[in-house]
Design a protein around this ligand. Structure first.
Ligand code: SF4
Ligand code: SF4
Length: 250
C-alpha cells in the first residue's frame, strides 16, 4: 500500500469546524466543556478527546480585523520522531501502517509523555491523566483501510481539504499553489519537502498563523536522506486508486 497525504489550502478555510465535529463523531469522542477566553478558537487546544482543531489567529490589517485559520492535527510523519523516541523505551508502543498512518497503541500508557511530546516537532501527543493512554489523530486509519476518506476530509464543504496518494497530492499542491499565488503572491507550500503526510498551502506568511511548532528544533536527516521537519518551518490501493479530492466517498 502506498503512502497517503492530505492537502490543506488554508485560503479556503472558513473555520466552520465541520472537520472537528466529524472527527469527534467518527472516533466517538465527547465534547469538552469550555469557557470563553476571548477567542472563537474552541476548544482551546488539542486533547485526548480533540484530535483536530482549527487554530485562530486574529490580526489587524490596515485597520481592519482579519482572522487566519489553521487546521492542526498529527502530521503523520513518514519517519515519526515520536515512534523513534518510543522504541527506546517500549517497543511497539507507536506503530506505523504501510499507508503512512502513525498509530498510538495501548502500550503508550507505559511511555513518558514528556519524552514523546518533546520528540514531536508539532507538539501533538496528549495523555489521559487517568488511564495514562496517549492519544492523537489516527488519520482515520480504519476508514482508509476500507477505501474511505478520513472523516474530516470527507465533510469539508469549502474545498480546503483534499486527500489521496502522496505523489498525487504533491502534484495537486503545486498546481493549486500557482492559483493561490494569483491572489496571494507570497503564498507557499509547507510540508512538501518534509517527511510529513499533511501538506499545507499557506496564503500568508507562516507567522500569521497560530501553530504549535516547537521552536529551534534541530535539523536532522532521515534515513532516506530527506530533511525532517524544522521547528521553524513546520510543518492507494485499488480501492482508493488515484483519488484526489474525493468528497463523494463515505
Ligand atoms: S471543514 Fe474545511 S472549511 Fe470547515 S473548518 Fe474544517 S478545514 Fe475549514
Ligand atoms: S506529528 Fe508528532 S505525533 Fe504525529 S507522527 Fe509526527 S512526531 Fe508523531
Amino acid at each position: 500500500m502506498g503512502k497517503y497525504a492530505a492537502l490543506v489550502d488554508v485560503s479556503k478555510c472558513t473555520a466552520c469546524r465541520a472537520c472537528q465535529v466529524a472527527c469527534k463523531q467518527w472516533n466517538e469522542l465527547p465534547g469538552e466543556k469550555t469557557i470563553n477566553v476571548g477567542t472563537y478558537q474552541n476548544p482551546p487546544d488539542l486533547s485526548v478527546t480533540t484530535y483536530t482543531l482549527i487554530r485562530f489567529k486574529e490580526l489587524s490589517d490596515k485597520g481592519e480585523m482579519r482572522w487566519n485559520f489553521f487546521k492542526d492535527q498529527c502530521r503523520h510523519c513518514l519517519e515519526p520522531p515520536c515512534k523513534e523516541a518510543a522504541e527506546g523505551t517500549v517497543k511497539g508502543a507507536i506503530i506505523q501502517d504501510d499507508n503512512g498512518c502513525v498509530l498510538f497503541t495501548e502500550k503508550t500508557r507505559l511511555l513518558d509523555i514528556r519524552e514523546i511530546r518533546d520528540a514531536c516537532p508539532y507538539d501533538i501527543p496528549r495523555q489521559d491523566p487517568n488511564t495514562k493512554l496517549m492519544a492523537k489523530c489516527t488519520f482515520c486509519n480504519d476508514r482508509i483501510a476500507n477505501g474511505m476518506v478520513p472523516a474530516c476530509l470527507k465533510v469539508c464543504p469549502t474545498g480546503t481539504l483534499s486527500f489521496g496518494p502522496r505523489d498525487n497530492m504533491l502534484d495537486m499542491a503545486k498546481k493549486r499553489l500557482a492559483e493561490v499565488k494569483k491572489r496571494f503572491p507570497q503564498a507557499k507550500l509547507m510540508g512538501d519537502e518534509e517527511e510529513v503526510s499533511w501538506i499545507y498551502i499557506l496564503n500568508r506568511p507562516e507567522a500569521e498563523f497560530q501553530m504549535t511548532v516547537r521552536a529551534k528544533r534541530p535539523v536532522t536527516v532521515g534515513r532516506r536522506g530527506f530533511m525532517r521537519p524544522l521547528g521553524t518551518l513546520v510543518a492507494g490501493t485499488a480501492l482508493l486508486g488515484s483519488v484526489t479530492t474525493d468528497s463523494s466517498r463515505e
